[in-house]
Each structure stands twice: as structure tokens, then as C-alpha cells.
Design a protein around this ligand. Structure first.
Ligand code: G3H
Length: 545
């Protein structure tokens, strides 16, 4: 049955001819190459059609369908083995050109890559928008933030390397300590920040001298196509290799080979657990993981309602709630819950629903029909167990466009209570005693961040202390978020393994190694000669400016 609201939502989808020329893809992107061992290898096998979250309406029939934007290869085991072998060969047990290259030269390669990347900005931004439905403004922000992140990482590497460009003497031993690569990194990013979060691991992994096998996310594959040539020309052969294949077919196999030294995955804890177990010697595998999250906002009785509503709206519904850091449960003191819900739904009603290129748009289409189906299922479950959708039109949808739903009161036993909805659903639960809110966080499987809204220093101070031992960031009177990127981004329990930030990521993808010698005249002479005659790239006291 078509409701008025879903008919209204259908009107947001344009007829294909009405899509503004500036925002159309000039042509569909049919990717037929992978980058392996420094060569762009042509693929003539099966391919997967890519459908955009954006639908187009057939003006004559009124039919609404996802727009086809291209295709990419569906490779298999042989191709993934080849990508892995190329990375292993380029690493060459740490003797390859890349892992032994002087840091300044690695940085020069990365700068060449960034120049190549910058030339593709417009196309990549457009592909982010078309592949995942992110607003044009946010797609641009994602690209620019990523370039800034690369530059900040380069600067952090210079600082790190310069700080290591000296000898240290302790207890009669002369030492030089530097960070060295770990080996082959398997890098997989998420669909919601396909460029930024992938590069948050891939770039530091490369800069530290590792070689990489990179598998793009299922939604957000084509946007890497314009970068293949930049990767190929900027880095030595085999330093970065790409694979386009169903994860379930090739990824466990890559790990089972025992040749992957680091698993860098932004995805689900279930997948991460399964993959880690495939490695024949699990102690040899380092895992850098960004996983599930169910960040809560605890809204205290003296919270500034207007500020809280503004932050919670951003927190819960930016990019349709498809952020790992999104606020996915609002826990509100009973004395203010009615007022909060009323103001929240009023402000939600002002959010602009539409196509990603529209100026000021907030709510855009989801990546596929399976996502609207999941949202509907979670809503039905909550309704069957006693909750209501409290905003007008909440939960109505047309194809991929889903009107956000505020659900109240959510309680234990409902899917929305514990599951990470990763979409435009806002569960709200009331509390009387702050222990209830604290208990929600303590008993959660997730441990990324939390937000507290309130004014009383005593109460906020007393809440912060237990919360910092449950999560890795407590936000006071503001939404949860990852940035600024120089701050540590981490999680406990099922939410993460390892810490990412501009400088932490460099540490995550490397290990300290050192040379040591007795503090004798002979050793001093030898070390000085190595330094003066530039006989080693590890033993040196040079400064990168
Ligand atoms: O999806 C998880 C992202 O890392 C969140 O980043 O807080 O900057 O949106 P953000």
C-alpha cells in the first residue's frame, strides 16, 4: 500500500533528465582493471553492476528505480592470491625497495600520490555522492579532510623520524631506536567513509614502509578507480595491490595463507573475530580494527534542551545515522523526556529530505533496499514490544529514501535497545536514576564513546569517572565524533582494537627496532663512519625538514 508520505518521498526522486547536469556522472564507470605488482591488469571476467542509492523516477509510469552507475570486477581466489603474492614480493622479507627506502623518499612518493589524487577531486567527490548517497557538501568534506589527514600524517612522520635521528646512551650501551614496518597489510575500509576511513589506515601503513593488499568496500568501490593510476605511478611496484572480490570468498583465504601481518579492518566485530581466527599463527597477526558501536547520550535533568536537541540531531542523523560514532541511543531523564522528545521531533521535522546534491540536504537515500528493510523490521519489533514512533511520517519510506523515526520508549528486549541500527532510527529511553543510564553503558557489548548533557559539575564529574573506564571518549554537552584527527580514536569491548589518530596510526603500523653497541671507542668510530658515509638508512642522524 502506498501511503501519502511514501508518495511524497517518491517525489524527491527526480526523473533522470531532471538531474542537474553539474552533478551527473559524465558517464557510467565500468572499472575493468586491478593494480597488481605495479601493473594495471585488465579483467575480462564477470562484473558486478553498481546501483546508486539515488533512484530516478519514470515520469510516464511513476516507477522509481535505483540508477545504474557502473560496474566492477568480480574476481576470485587466483586474483586475490596474485595480489597477495605481489605485496609479499615487494616487501621481500623487509629487504624490498619500499621497506628499506629512506623515510624522506617514502614521503616524496606519498606527496606525488597526493598530487595525483588532487587532480581527481571532482570525479571522486561525485562518485562518493553517487555510490553511497552522501550529500555533496559532506562528500567534498570527506575528500578534503582526507587530504589534510595525509598531510598531517606526513608531518607526524617527520616529527617521529626526526626524534629518532639520534643515538641514546644508557648503562654503557649506545642505541638507536626507530620504528620499522610490520610487513604485508590487508586493508579494508567501510562504506560510510569509504575514502577517509580506508585512508586512515592505508596511508600510515604505506608511510611506515609496509606493503598493502587493498580491498575496497562493497559500496564505495568505483571511487577508487580514478586513483589506481596515481597509486601505480607514485609507488614502487607491488607496494599497493587491489582486489575486487566477494570478501567471504577471498578474505579468510588471504589470512589463512599466514602471509598477512596486519589486518586493518573498519567493519563488524563478527567479521573481525572470524578473520583473526583464520591466521595459522595468530600471534603473528596484528589487528587494527574499527568495529561496531552503540554510542549513548545521557541527558540529565538540568541539560540545556536547545543545545542538547541540536547536538543529538547531528549526532543521531548526520549522514542518516550511518556513522560509527553516531548517537544510537538517547537516554533521557524522565522529568524532561516529554519536552526533549517534542523539541527533538520539531527540529527533526525541519531537516531537508532530498537528493545528495541539493543544497542544505540532511536526509538522503540509503545504500540499498536491504537497509530500508532492516529499519522497518527494527521499527516493527519495537512497536510490537510497546514503543511508538513519535514523529510524523517516521519510518515511512520509498525505495531507498527512509524518513527518520524517533522511537519511544525503547526498552530491554527490543532490537533497537542493543543492536547497532546504523541508520535513521532514533531510540529514546527514559531513566529515573542515573545508575540505569550507567548500567546501560556498562552492560553494552560496545565501548566506543558516550555523550553527557547536563550542567551540574558534581554530577557530570561523578559520571565521567566510571564512563572513561567503559568507553574511550566521553563528550560533554556535544555529540560523539572522531575528530579532530589528532585526538586518539579508539574503543573498548566489541568497538575497536588499537588506537587511530594522526600519530597513533603510525605507531599502529610499525614496531620499534633498534641497533645497540657497547659504548667503546671502537663502536663509536664504527657508528660515526656509518653515519658520515651514509652506509645505512636506519643508522643515521639526518633531519627531515
Ligand atoms: O563511521 C565512523 C567515523 O569514523 C566517524 O567519523 O565522527 O568524524 O563522523 P566522524
Amino acid at each position: 500500500m502506498t501511503t501519502d508520505r511514501s508518495a511524497q518521498l517518491a517525489q524527491h526522486f527526480p526523473a533522470f533528465e531532471d538531474i542537474p547536469a553539474d552533478y551527473r556522472l559524465a558517464e557510467q564507470v565500468h572499472q575493468r582493471h586491478s593494480l597488481v605488482g605495479g601493473r594495471l591488469i585488465e579483467w575480462n571476467g564477470a562484473s558486478k553492476t553498481v546501483l546508486s542509492p539515488v533512484c530516478a523516477r519514470d515520469p510516464s509510469t511513476g516507477d522509481v528505480r535505483q540508477v545504474e552507475i557502473g560496474s566492477y570486477p568480480v574476481m576470485g581466489e587466483a586474483e586475490s592470491d596474485a595480489a597477495l603474492d605481489a605485496a609479499v614480493a615487494a616487501y621481500a622479507n623487509g629487504r624490498g625497495e619500499w621497506p628499506t627506502m629512506a623515510v624522506a623518499d617514502r614521503i616524496a612518493c606519498m606527496q606525488a600520490f597526493v598530487r595525483g589524487m588532487a587532480q581527481q577531486r571532482e570525479l571522486i567527490v561525485n562518485l562518493i555522492m553517487w555510490e553511497i548517497g552522501k550529500s555533496l557538501a559532506d562528500s567534498r568534506k570527506e575528500f578534503d579532510r582526507t587530504v589534510e589527514y595525509i598531510q598531517a600524517t606526513i608531518q607526524a612522520l617527520k616529527d617521529l623520524d626526526n626524534a629518532s635521528s639520534r643515538f641514546e646512551i644508557a648503562e654503557g650501551t649506545i642505541g638507536q631506536i626507530r620504528r620499522t614496518p610490520l610487513g604485508v597489510v590487508l586493508c579494508m575500509g567501510p562504506y560510510n567513509y569509504p575514502l577517509n576511513e580506508t585512508f586512515a589506515t592505508l596511508i600510515p601503513a604505506l608511510l611506515m614502509g609496509n606493503t598493502v593488499v587493498f580491498k575496497p568496500p562493497q559500496y564505495g568501490t568505483l571511487l577508487f578507480h580514478p586513483l589506481l593510476e596515481a597509486f601505480r605511478s607514485a609507488f614502487p611496484a607491488g607496494v599497493i595491490n587491489t582486489i575486487y572480490a566477494p570478501g567471504a570468498v577471498v578474505v579468510p583465504r588471504l589470512l589463512a595463507s599466514g602471509k598477512v601481518n596486519v589486518l586493518a579492518l573498519i567493519g563488524s566485530s563478527k567479521v573481525a573475530d572470524h578473520l583473526k581466527k583464520q591466521h595459522p599463527k595468530s600471534h603473528r597477526l596484528r589487528a587494527i580494527l574499527g568495529l561496531d558501536a552503540k554510542n549513548a547520550a545521557i541527558i540529565l535533568p538540568d541539560a540545556d534542551i536547545e543545545l542538547t536537541v541540536k547536538e543529538c540531531l547531528l549526532g543521531a542523523l548526520s549522514f542518516n545515522g550511518q556513522r560509527c560514532t553516531a548517537l544510537k541511543m538517547l537516554i533521557v531523564h524522565r522529568s524532561i523526556v516529554d519536552r526533549f522528545v517534542q523539541r527533538f521531533t520539531e527540529e527533526l521535522g525541519k531537516l531537508k529530505v532530498g537528493m545528495p546534491w541539493e543544497s542544505g540536504v540532511s536526509i538522503t537515500p540509503l545504500p540499498g533496499l536491504h537497509r530500508t528493510a532492516y529499519m522497518t523490521e527494527a521499527l516493527e519489533d519495537a512497536k510490537a514490544k510497546g514503543a511508538r514512533i513519535v514523529n510524523e511520517g517516521g519510518g515511512e519510506f520509498c525505495q531507498t529514501l527512509f524518513h527518520p523515526a524517533v522511537v519511544y520508549p525503547v526498552s530491554e528486549g527490543m532490537k533497537l535497545y542493543r543492536e547497532e541500527q546504523f541508520g535513521p532510527l532514533v531510540p529514546v529511553m527514559p531513566f529515573d536514576d542515573v545508575e540505569t543510564a550507567l548500567d546501560y553503558v556498562i552492560t553494552s557489548d560496545h565501548g566506543q564513546q558516550v555523550s553527557i548533557f547536563g550542567a551540574d559539575p558534581g554530577q557530570i564529574g561523578a559520571l565521567v569517572d566510571p564512563l572513561v573506564n567503559q568507553v574511550c571518549r566521553v563528550n560533554i554537552n556535544c555529540q560523539c565524533q572522531r575528530g579532530p584527527d589528532v585526538f586518539p580514536f579508539a574503543g573498548r569491548k566489541d568497538s575497536a582494537e588499537g588506537t587511530l589518530s594522526v600519530s597513533d596510526a603510525l605507531r599502529a603500523f610499525s614496531i620499534r627496532s633498534m641497533v645497540a653497541a657497547k659504548q667503546t671507542e671502537q663502536a663509536k668510530e664504527l657508528l660515526n663512519a656509518i653515519v658520515q658515509d651514509h652506509k645505512s638508512s636506519f643508522i643515521n642522524t639526518g633531519f627531515i625538514l
